[in-house]
Design a protein. Structure first.
Length: 94
């Protein structure tokens, strides 16, 4: 993905597009978000943990929390769903 230029580090409720590439041990989808931060455009790669993300998803997600180079995010909308995504059997899961 092409780095995005922003004036400051990511904050709660910021929206980003993320491609989910893997799953971590806790079940979060993993993605990478390259950013250029500040007026110096300092390059930083953030590791994004996407709640209910599946490898192959491309999502628009908003930041729930941000630490040094890690972002926890929740899906706002799907740009492209993964072919591995299945509908839950239980209506209470979502």
């Amino acid at each position: 993905m092409e780095p995005i230029a922003i004036p400051r580090g990511p904050r709660r409720a910021d929206l980003f597009e993320v491609a989910v590439t893997d799953i971590d041990a806790e079940g979060f989808g993993l993605g990478c978000l390259p950013l250029l931060i500040g007026p110096q455009r300092e390059p930083r790669d953030y590791r994004v943990l996407v709640r209910k993300g599946v490898p192959g998803d491309i999502v628009r997600a908003y930041v729930e929390s941000s630490r040094s180079n890690r972002i926890e995010a929740r899906i706002d909308s799907f740009i492209q769903e993964s072919p591995d995504r299945v509908q839950p059997r239980c209506k209470h899961f979502n």
